[in-house]
Ligand binder design. Structure first.
Ligand code: AMP
Length: 422
């Protein structure tokens, strides 16, 4: 295997692009701050059982997509494919439930799924997500829909669509499950292998299937909305009431179920159609059963995750996020030998003052150093030749105006102050 090739489905984020990521992270943090969310960082890997139990063993992720290995201590370990189960584990392990509820957390970091890579779908990708644990207030379902919208808006994205559904609780899902089995059974031979194997175990999963022939069979499938118990129907009504009150546009998609078993009641997805087949830029929902499934007391919770690479792709279709490309304040051109030693001292002092200072390390000619300074778009070039060194001076050229001036080296700190403010 080529040593110079990265694993399939992964990306290098290079200088030039990283500025966009940092800008995006900054805007995300600003929005989270105004909604009172605090950041949490969980390990990149967890015990495999957490995901098997949490996400559900009939889901695509657990059946086909996890990076699972046995470590040297003979434990089964999985690189996290999503952020919710780890956050719930951390909530329980660190007894966050003993403080004020609800606990409002957000995370930003890499996730790993063994998927077929294509544009917008990777094996290592980044999610920004949030989780609110400890309340079933429908206004919090709405908050987890509104917050990503605010993030998209803060990045300048327009033209996305919010799709919404309720998949009820285990009580109402029982009747719906039976109805689905009744509906699909006559078509069982025409279903894909995955759907066939899930029909008895978890028929709701079939609604998630992307295989065209299965989609065709699903055309007239009964809708969960007709099977919701009065409490779940009431909760869904309240969610929609709040969305209307906040004037958040959305459409109800009765077939939306989402790829995890832990969801209850509200599920939603945000799509951006210009991305083609991988058009979901964020998704989430309520998961009132997960905390208990992970060994805690029954505790309601709701959350969502945004795919950061996809959000950046979506932004690219609209001209991209504007990030400030910083430029060095000073490039010191030296002539080697004693002038280089002096240049090193000046650079050290100016860097201590907080300035971005560059100097040549390639024994370049003066012309080539000037060229390098231009390429970096340095604001000022300091020329430090033998003559300047003798006079204890430096020639300072303002690269924007072309004006050149001599400065005494002893005035360097004053100069640094001026440049710092320039
Ligand atoms: P999920 O955790 O599957 O609900 O996904 C939440 C969001 O993460 C999706 O809406 C996508 O934006 C993003 N996402 C999920 N899987 C991938 C992937 N393999 N590559 C890139 N982004 C992904």
């Amino acid at each position: 295997m080529a040593l110079t090739t990265r694993p399939r489905g992964t990306n290098d984020i290079l200088p030039g692009k990283i500025e966009l990521w940092l800008e995006l992270e900054k805007r995300i943090r600003q929005v989270c701050h105004t909604y009172g969310y605090h950041e949490i960082r969980t390990p990149m890997f967890e015990h495999t059982e957490l995901f098997e139990r949490g996400i559900g063993d009939t889901t695509d992720i657990v059946e086909k997509e996890m990076y699972t290995f046995t470590d040297r201590g003979n434990r089964s370990i999985t690189l996290r494919p999503e952020g919710t189960a780890p956050v719930v584990r951390a909530f329980l392990e660190n007894k966050l439930y003993s403080g004020q509820l609800p606990v409002k957390l957000f995370y930003f970091g890499p996730m790993f799924r063994y998927e077929r890579p294509q544009a917008g779908r990777y094996r290592q990708f980044t999610q920004f997500g949030l989780e609110v644990i400890g309340s079933s207030d429908p206004l919090l379902d709405v908050e987890t829909i509104v917050l990503p919208i605010e993030v998209y808006k803060a990045c300048g994205l327009t033209g996305f669509e919010v799709q919404l559904n309720s998949i009820g609780c285990p009580k109402c899902r029982k009747a719906y499950r039976d109805e689905l089995i009744k509906y699909f059974t006559p078509h069982v031979d025409d279903l894909c292998r995955s759907c066939q194997s899930r029909l008895e175990r978890n028929p709701l999963r079939l609604l998630d299937c992307k295989v065209e022939s299965c989609q065709e069979i699903m055309k007239d499938v009964p809708h969960i909305a007709d099977y919701l118990c009065p409490e779940c129907a009431g909760h869904f009504d309240e969610v929609q009431d709040y969305l209307r009150a906040l004037e958040i546009p959305y459409v109800v998609n009765p077939k939306l179920v989402r790829g995890f078993d832990y969801y209850t009641r509200t599920v939603f997805e945000v799509t951006f159609s210009e991305l083609g087949s991988q058009n979901a830029i964020g998704a989430g929902g309520r998961y009132d059963g997960l905390v208990e499934e992970c060994g805690g007391e029954s505790t309601p919770a709701v959350g969502f995750a945004v795919g950061v690479e996809r959000l950046l792709l979506a932004l690219e279709t609209q001209g991209g996020l504007e990030a400030v490309h910083a430029r060095p304040q000073v490039f010191i051109v030296h002539f080697g030998g004693a002038t280089k030693r002096k240049a090193a001292q000046i650079a050290y002092e100016l860097r201590n003052e907080g300035l971005w200072v560059e100097l040549d390390h390639m024994d370049r000619s003066i012309r080539a150093q000037m060229k390098a300074a231009n390429r970096l778009q340095a604001q000022y070039v300091f020329v430090l030749g033998e003559e300047e060194l003798v006079k204890n001076q430096v020639t300072v050229r303002n690269m924007d105006s072309g004006v050149e001036k001599q400065y005494d080296l002893k005035d360097l700190l004053n100069l640094a102050d001026t440049l710092g403010r320039a």
